[in-house]
Design a protein around this ligand. Structure first.
Ligand SMILES: Cc1ncc(COP(=O)(O)O)c(C=O)c1O
Length: 340
């Protein structure tokens, strides 16, 4: 076990010992190999550097109450990366190869998996980049796939807490027929400025409305949105949001807890009727929402009336964490157990 103060660790980067890589050339994937270097050497004209031909994933491995290590929804990550590859014309990584490399990198860096008691996790970052040297806009012929890991601290070291968000009417993250549904770097570049402004204004993050009509909720920063109303779990259906694996998980758990699930366009005005709301994603699982401001229209939606996360959000949060940490049975087969 590496000597790290996991409670003090945020969502950042700590170098670990190994990463696993695989190259694509001449129309085929090569053999995965282990690297001890945290650097890559690619041509200055590589297509990922200029034209953003790159995609990535994010998932976590947890050390459970029983001492075993569980990777959460690894196969869903493999399939979403394949979808991102189709979206920006990159070769799809075979699911078995993706999963094999993910398991191997976690096993090789086992000493960085935070202990159960810390509430921290090992973040897994698969990354695929186009490496062909070219200055014309066209898909690369060569690619490099890398999976690395880094320990990340508990998102809520002082307990599950609420945050306030702001609607960014002056910015769009993605267009309805653009790349918002893929996990590609360009989407995150588009969100840097609005995110920076939201933080400067004291908000935890920014909300994007649909770019066409500016009427419906799309996403909150790098997280999906959900609300609870009249016994229903409501989450936006939109062509410009990333299909969050956490959201998919929460929808299934919500059904199991007796909530109806509605995946449909969610108009901004409906925020006023929500009993609870949250941003969801791998990093925090759920960030319960206190208030959402729309400064351009001069409207505020006070969602949490008592400054506390609501009962359904709390139940959902506890349910997913219990599966991730092996405290509850994994009846949906979401976790991959590693014997390390
Ligand atoms: C834009 C965006 N939306 C939503 C999510 C949440 O997705 P997931 O639950 O798969 O982490 C992420 C995080 O990965 C994201 O980057």
């Amino acid at each position: 076990m590496e000597n790290i103060d996991y409670k003090e660790l945020g969502f950042g980067y700590v170098k670990t010992d190994y990463n696993v890589r695989c190259r694509y050339a001449d129309g085929a994937w090569g053999v995965p190999y282990v690297s001890e270097s945290e650097e890559v050497s690619i041509p200055i004209a590589a297509s990922c550097l200029h034209y953003g031909q790159e995609a990535f994933e994010g998932m976590k491995a947890f050390r459970g109450v029983d001492g075993k290590v569980r990777i959460f929804r690894m196969r869903d990550g493999a399939r979403r990366l394949q979808s991102s590859c189709r979206g920006i014309v990159m070769p799809e990584l075979p699911e078995e190869m993706f999963c094999g490399m993910v398991k191997q990198v976690v096993e090789l860096n086992a000493k960085y998996i935070p202990p159960y008691e810390s509430g921290a996790a090992l973040y897994i970052r698969p990354l695929l980049i186009g490496t062909t040297a070219q200055v014309g806009v066209k898909p690369a012929k060569e690619y490099l796939f890398i999976v690395f890991v880094t320990p990340v601290g508990p998102y809520f070291p002082n307990g599950f807490g609420i945050s306030d968000f702001v609607i960014m009417r002056d910015y769009d993250r993605a267009a309805p027929l653009g790349t918002g549904r893929y996990k590609v770097g360009g989407n995150y570049a588009a969100g840097m400025l609005p995110n920076h402004i939201a933080h400067k204004q004291g908000y935890a993050g920014e909300f994007y409305l649909d770019a066409k009509e500016k009427r419906f909720i799309d996403e909150c920063g790098a997280a999906n949105f959900f609300g609870i109303k009249d016994g229903a779990y409501i989450t936006p259906a939109s062509s410009s949001i990333l299909p969050s694996i956490t959201n998919k998980t929460l929808m299934q758990l919500a059904r199991g807890l007796g909530l109806r699930v509605e995946q449909r366009p969610v108009a901004e005005e409906e925020l006023a009727e929500l009993e609870e709301a949250g941003a969801c994603g791998t990093a925090a699982v759920i960030s319960p929402i206190g208030r959402i401001d729309d400064p351009v229209r001069g409207v505020s939606y006070q969602i949490s009336k008592d400054g506390q996360p609501g009962p359904w959000s709390t139940k959902l949060y506890k349910a997913i964490r219990a599966i991730q940490y092996g405290e509850a049975p994994d009846t949906h087969a979401w976790t991959t157990l590693l014997d390390i």
